[in-house]
Design a protein around this ligand. Structure first.
Ligand code: BG6
Length: 524
């Protein structure tokens, strides 16, 4: 009987378990989209998995004139989809199964109404928190989550501080932490300004700058893959790796976020954060330990080693009318709320280099765009070809390189392409891919990134949050390009691409010039 089959066996399970301390979670922007779509489902699932502290409560703050009762109804509604099925990717159950748990969860939620720019809100909040801390035994520990428009990121902490709601944690005193969503600034100068303002009221240890990509399982898996396996690190360098590609594509357009997008564009929205963060994890040196600052030091060093970006290594595009997922869709300029002459980029492809010993002259190709054919995020590491083929007449050029792919979404997993002999009397070989799919192996879709990030914030673990210097070095890298684009009225280098395609043809040429092409798992 065959004892070796083509599958993956899970042998040793190691788990680092930590329990969060009691705390109250205050969400500003409680009636917004992020709260309903991400924060509430993530908190509920942590609760369901018994990862929330036993003593906790949630306060929603917002301008909508609703009662706490209405807020609880909205929360219960946000937890289930139109089929009455629980919203989350790791629990295939229906609302009824969780009825008691949902009830228990929503009973810990309260709503405080007010204007963010008026002290009255904070006076009211302060009173409410005193009552809730006593009722739920949370000891005065608070997370303040800013799920608001970015103009309020410096306003809310000021009011919180003035009302004595920000406390520096000590051995016995309670802690306060503030979570800030992106965008963190509009450019380097405004990001530094915001940072300085926040530091007037908060220490760096109290600021949790979110990049939700760092909470994605496969993104975290890059670190496990690289530093918990001895076989990859020796080949993880310029001697064995030919180049790296990072793609984050979306089939959606800008939708209702046109106001923000018209200000931001793709470079700020995706490159400054998600793309550069993923690149940093792939390329950074091994940290001394998994302590937050050790990991973040290495990310910063890596980003500091990225060679100054040059305009001709960057392709920007904007979608025109086209067909996406079988549906005719309009151009960016025709989207509701968008300036019909807008020069905002909805696509960017770039070639980056890292000037250090490990990566000198290894290109990192990054691309991201809206209205591309599908939603997919993946990191493909292309190894060098064999130096010489002994299998004449097959030359080394005929042999495709080994490619290691981290599939971030929608499928989550890792795959490796290798060559193998095809059975038979002749010498035939095939390129084949070994896949490890999270869902198949571990039996469930990995949890949403916000679960991990919210839990880490409660645990006081900043590893997966952006430190101030990390954020600044990323802005420093892209700001010169943004400034050039800003003053370039002609926008001759803003290339159109039909919605539903992989961006302008100049993006293909960027790699073609280097005798390479974009990886797509569909084409492999
Ligand atoms: C956000 C961007 O940070 O990430 C959005 O602002 C983008 O424009 C989104 O759509 C993509 O995230 P995800 O997790 O859906 O890939």
């Amino acid at each position: 009987m065959a004892c070796f089959k083509s599958h993956i066996t899970i042998r040793d399970d190691f788990c680092v378990e930590s329990k969060a301390q009691p705390c109250g979670i205050v969400i500003f922007g409680a009636s917004g989209d992020l709260t309903a779509r991400k924060l509430i489902p993530a908190l509920f699932h942590l609760f369901h998995r018994k990862l929330l502290p036993h003593n906790f409560f949630i306060v929603g703050c917002g301008r909508s004139s609703i009662s706490s009762e209405d807020f609880r109804d909205k929360i219960a509604a946000a937890l289930v989809d139109e089929n009455n099925k629980l919203v989350a990717n790791d629990t295939p159950y229906f609302k009824e199964v969780f009825y008691d748990e949902i009830l228990h969860f929503v009973n810990r939620c309260t709503y405080v109404i007010g204007e963010y720019q008026e002290n009255e809100l904070y006076l009211h909040l302060s009173k409410e928190l005193k009552v809730l801390n006593k009722k739920f035994g949370t000891g005065g520990n608070h997370i303040f989550y800013l799920a608001t428009p970015p103009q309020l990121y410096n306003v809310i902490p000021r009011f919180l501080s003035e009302n004595g709601l920000i406390t520096e944690s000590g051995e016995t005193s309670p802690w306060s932490r503030v979570v800030v969503e992106k965008p963190f600034g509009h450019d380097l100068a405004s990001a530094v300004r915001l940072d300085t303002e926040l530091h007037e009221f908060l220490s760096e240890k109290q600021i949790y700058r979110i990049d939700h990509y760092l909470g994605k399982e496969t993104v975290q898996n890059i670190l496990i893959f690289r530093f918990a396996n001895a076989i990859f690190e020796p080949v993880w360098n310029r001697h064995y790796i030919d180049h790296v590609q990072i793609t984050v594509s979306e089939s959606l357009g800008v939708g209702h976020r046109y106001g923000y997008y018209e200000q931001a564009g793709l470079m700020r929205d995706m490159f400054q954060n998600h793309m550069l963060q993923m690149m940093a994890l792939v390329a950074m040196e091994p940290p001394v330990s998994f302590e937050p600052d050790e990991v973040r030091d290495e990310k910063v060093k890596l980003l500091q080693s990225v060679r100054k970006l040059q305009e001709d290594w960057i392709i920007r595009g904007q979608y025109t009318d086209g067909v996406c997922n079988g549906e005719a869709v309009c151009s960016y300029r025709k989207e509701k709320g968008v300036n019909p002459h807008s020069n905002r980029e909805t696509f960017v492809a770039a070639r980056l280099f890292v000037d250090n010993w490990r990566w000198k002259d290894v290109p990192f190709y990054l691309r991201s765009g809206k209205r591309l054919p599908q939603k997919v995020s993946e990191i493909a590491v292309f190894f060098k070809k064999v130096p010489h083929s002994i299998f004449t007449p097959i030359s080394s050029d005929d042999l495709a390189p080994n490619v290691l792919v981290f599939h971030v979404q929608p499928e989550q997993g890792v795959s490796l392409t290798i060559h193998a002999k095809r059975p038979g009397p002749k010498l035939c070989m095939s390129s084949l891919t070994m896949d490890f799919n999270y869902e198949e192996i571990f039996g469930a879709d990995p949890p949403d990134a916000y679960q991990r990030l919210l839990l880490d914030c409660m645990l006081g673990d900043q590893t997966l949050f952006i430190r101030h210097d990390d954020m600044q070095v990323a802005w420093t890298l892209i700001s010169p390009i943004l400034e050039k684009w800003e003053i370039d009225q002609t926008a001759e280098t803003l290339y159109p691409y039909p919605a539903g395609t992989w961006g302008p043809e100049q993006s293909e040429l960027l790699l073609k010039k280097d005798k390479r092409k974009w990886y797509s798992c569909e084409q492999e």
